[in-house]
Design a binder for this molecule. Structure first.
Ligand code: ZN
Length: 134
C-alpha cells in the first residue's frame, strides 16, 4: 500500500482568527467547515495539493482537543495518513505492538472512517483515514 497524507490537523482556540492566515496570507483554498459531534470539534479544511490542512476548534471543554490545548497550546495536533481499510490497519498496528486510542473506527469529517494511534511510539498523534463514498 502506498500511503498519502490525507490531512494535517492543527489545534486552535478559534478557527475564525486563522482562516485569514491560511486563506488570505498562505493562499490556500478554503474548503469549508463542519462540526464533528463525535469528537466535539469544529473543523475547517484548506486544500493544499492532494492533501488538506484541518484546523480543529473544540466545541466543548470535554473535547480531547480542548484538553490538548490546555496542556500543549495551539499547534500540530495530528497527522492523518490514508487508509484503504481502517479495521485492517487497527489490527496490524496492534499486532505489531503499538497502542490504539480507537480500537474501533469512528466517524470523521467528510464521511470518513478514522482511528487514532497512540502517540507514544510515533511522537505525533497519527490518524488513519479511510474515505468512504456516500
Ligand atoms: Zn483529522
Amino acid at each position: 500500500m502506498s500511503r498519502k497524507i490525507n490531512h494535517i490537523g492543527i489545534a486552535v482556540n478559534s478557527i475564525d482568527a486563522f482562516v485569514k492566515i491560511y486563506r488570505d496570507v498562505l493562499g490556500l483554498e478554503y474548503a469549508g467547515e463542519e462540526i464533528v459531534e463525535d469528537q466535539k470539534v469544529k473543523v475547517a479544511f484548506f486544500n493544499i495539493g492532494e492533501s488538506r490542512i484541518e484546523l480543529l476548534e473544540p466545541t466543548s471543554p470535554e473535547s480531547s482537543v480542548a484538553k490538548f490545548l490546555e496542556k500543549k497550546g495551539e499547534g500540530l495536533h495530528h497527522l492523518a495518513v490514508s487508509s484503504d481499510n481502517v479495521e485492517a490497519d487497527i489490527a496490524q498496528t496492534k499486532e505489531k505492538g503499538l497502542r490504539m486510542i480507537d480500537e474501533v473506527p469512528r466517524g470523521g469529517a467528510h464521511h470518513t472512517k478514522i482511528a487514532f494511534v497512540h502517540p507514544k511510539e510515533t511522537k505525533v498523534l497519527i490518524e488513519y483515514t479511510e474515505e468512504t463514498h456516500h
